[in-house]
Write a new protein. Structure first.
Length: 452
């Protein structure tokens, strides 16, 4: 498949030439050609001057990499799938999208609310007129962990991953959809055109409440999160590594008296692609990775530079506790340093007086937030937990035809397919994802911690 590319600046009237130029073509003088992966090498030489100072989220210099080679690998693989659209002056991102307002700012870039222009509709496949999209802008000289992980696996694995992540199945599994990746080398920028989630994120939804949600509502929200995590672990082979209420949002606005819209998981900048999807015993395995994530949602092994599917499950347990109690477990809201967080994680899990959920809900959180890896539940086990059946079935009896039925049916569908093949004092994850510390743990510390 060809590499999507816009036209290089040339002398003369550009408008007539562009109107005759198809979406996929080369940097050669003749319009209408395609750029093969091999032919892209000439273009990638233009990038070499940008790559020597690249850093990624944990601020550790990528001294072991030639960053130009990293981007060359990533873009070449995406080129095979037609996933990258590259454009050059006189084109700017405003040629393809009309940005209306800023949705958020982060360490890796900004996110804008945008509509697609007529030229964008012509050049960017799969986008629809009059629909709002989220456009994430980042720097080409800043590698996110997910991009680094793409260089650690085969091209075939990356293509497999992208095909699954951009499929309708991802949308059905409560994953915010990625439509296309754009590069603007002349300004050292890249852009991701993403599904716009029009509702509030889960943090704002919970923080605006004066009382906790019902257990039936909590179970529905958590079941949707589990559907997303199961898809990432077992279909995509991806660790999210930053599951938290701020990275979960409702697909549409909240309407009083109406069922909640679908809850979707987004923000995969800190994610890591595994060599293959996790199944069976691999759902309990760790790999060595620099610590990343939001401190109060990080599992104990994350602090020891170990991560795996169980680490995401720990975060699911913390998010569940937050949904049910509007506070963090283990007294984490009182912690302001890494050492204090690690100390808090060694204490027993307790529930706030007067806010204790049912025994089923408590068991669910306990199984997700078990320190010992062999005893921590997998996503498969949690999706079969009786808390969902008991709480959602009770809700169905009280309100037949509600969105609870759809959630219950979706959960059962996933299980069947697997068998076959008050306060508004909710703490914010202020400061964003945790950066890596300079001193790694010793092997003895790792062995001792993981043995607990």
């Amino acid at each position: 498949m060809a590499l999507a590319a816009d036209e290089l600046a040339r002398e003369g009237d550009d408008s007539d030439t562009m109107s005759q130029t198809p979406s996929f073509w080369s940097t050669g003088s003749q319009c209408g050609q395609t750029m093969s992966v091999g032919g892209a090498e000439k273009l990638f030489r233009f990038w070499d001057r940008l790559r020597r100072t690249a850093r990624w989220k944990n601020q550790r210099r990528l001294s072991e990499y030639d960053t130009a080679d990293l981007f060359r690998q990533i873009a070449s693989v995406f080129a095979e799938a037609g996933f990258v659209y590259m454009f050059f002056p006189p084109r700017r991102i405003s040629s393809f999208v009309t940005c209306e307002r800023v949705l958020g700012e982060g360490s890796f870039g900004s996110v804008f609310l945008a509509k697609i222009t007529p030229l964008g509709l012509e050049r960017l496949p799969g986008l629809v007129a009059d629909r709002m999209y989220a456009v994430k802008q980042g720097s080409l000289d800043m590698l996110e962990p997910i991009e680094v992980s793409m260089t650690k696996v085969s091209s075939e694995r990356v293509l497999e991953f992208q095909a699954v992540m951009m499929s309708q199945a991802a949308d059905d599994a409560n994953i915010a959809r990625l439509y296309i990746f754009m590069m603007e080398p002349s300004r050292d920028r890249h852009y991701e055109i993403l599904e716009y989630l029009a509702g509030p994120d889960l943090f704002r939804y919970l923080n605006g409440r004066t009382e906790t949600v019902s257990e039936a509502t909590g179970a529905r929200l958590v079941s949707q999160l589990l559907l997303a995590v199961a898809f990432l672990h077992m279909k995509c082979g991806l660790l999210h590594r930053d599951i938290k209420p701020e990275n979960l949002a409702f697909a549409g606005p909240l309407v009083p008296g109406q069922p909640l819209p679908p809850l979707k998981l987004f923000d995969f900048g800190l994610s890591w692609i595994l060599e293959k999807p996790a199944t069976g015993d691999s759902l309990r395995q760790f790999i060595k990775l620099p610590r990343a994530g939001t401190p109060v949602y990080m599992a104990p092994e994350n602090w020891l530079e170990r991560c795996g599917p169980p680490s995401d499950i720990w975060a699911v347990g913390v998010v569940t506790y937050v949904i049910l109690c509007l506070s963090l477990p283990f007294g984490l809201e009182k912690c302001d340093t890494g050492d204090s967080i690690r100390a808090a994680l060694r204490t027993p899990l307790r529930w706030r007086d007067g806010l204790e959920p049912s025994a089923d809900a408590q068991d669910f959180v306990t199984r997700a937030c078990t320190r010992a890896r062999p005893h921590r539940a997998t996503v498969e086990e949690l999706m079969q937990h009786h808390w969902f059946k008991n709480s959602i079935d009770a809700s169905l009896q009280a309100a037949p035809g509600s969105s609870a039925r759809a959630t219950r049916e979706a959960t059962l569908s996933v299980q069947r397919s697997r068998a076959e093949g008050r306060a508004s004092a909710l703490p914010s994850a202020e400061g964003g994802p945790m950066t890596r510390t300079a001193v790694p743990p010793t092997p003895e510390e790792v062995e001792e911690e993981l043995a607990q």
